[in-house]
Design a protein around this ligand. Structure first.
Ligand SMILES: [Zn+2]
Length: 244
């Protein structure tokens, strides 16, 4: 299996069939992790032929519904599906507050609705700026607003970064320095901020995701290159894939 990044959802809270809400999947030889699980993303997993047993690690950037609402659908399906019932434990990682928020979600519908007794859900509340998932150490960096954490991974000498939600600020510029491929929240940025972020960080491939509006890839890249950006701006689409 090639190691790859797959955009599972490049949209937002806006209800669109071509853009599910926020999610990125990373597949390594020995690890598959899903960063955020917004509206509709579970159906992208089904489109990819993935089953409950294929999903062991979910990392949440923060606790807004457009980043986690399909957790409810995913957990209920695991508990009660007759075609793909869950048999194995699930690990969920997230910022401080994870335990309180997840206990609320799990408790919302009463016992046994989202989890069954023959497997467990392990909650990993991350206090520092890194976390270990399946033996891999990842950066988990505070990017305001909304107590949001960006995720960073280094593999084969290349660095990959995902911002979840973010605005244009110095923490984001710092976060994206020396990154080879970034999937950014472009929906909360103006065109000018996207261009400035590209020019200042020089990320070779900057993928615009979390899109509230459609972007013109060629025009943006052209404008960015006039500002001295030598990389490529890519407008993300659901199920777009990047090999590592
Ligand atoms: Zn969001």
């Amino acid at each position: 299996m090639p190691e790859r990044i797959v955009l599972l959802g490049t949209g937002t809270c806006q209800l669109q069939t071509h853009r599910m809400a926020s999610s990125v999947m990373v597949e390594l030889d020995d690890l598959r992790l899903i960063y955020d699980l917004g509206r509709g993303v579970t159906l992208r997993l089904v489109e990819l032929g993935l089953r409950q047993a294929d999903v062991e690690h979910i990392v949440l950037s923060h606790f807004h519904p457009d980043h986690l609402s399909d957790l409810v659908a995913f957990l209920q399906a695991g508990a009660w599906s007759q075609i793909d019932p869950r048999q194995h434990d699930l690990h969920i990682y997230g910022p401080i507050g994870l335990e309180v928020q997840l206990m609320r979600i799990l408790g919302l519908f009463g016992p046994d609705v989202l989890v069954r007794e023959h497997y467990r859900i392990h909650l990993h509340e991350v206090r520092g700026d890194s976390l270990t998932v399946g033996g891999h150490e990842l950066g988990f960096v505070d990017l305001p607003p909304a107590d949001n954490r960006g995720l960073k991974l280094t593999r084969h000498g290349h660095t990959y970064a995902f911002t979840g939600d973010s605005h244009y600020h110095e923490q984001e510029v710092e976060f994206l320095r020396d990154v080879d491929l970034a999937v950014i929240d472009a929906g909360h940025l103006s065109d000018e901020e996207i261009l400035e972020l590209a020019a200042r960080t020089q990320v070779p491939r900057m993928v615009c995701s979390h899109l509230y509006r459609e972007l013109d890839e060629e025009e943006l890249t052209e404008r960015a290159s006039r500002m001295g950006y030598s990389g490529r701006l890519i407008v993300g689409e659901d199920l777009m894939t990047f090999e590592l």
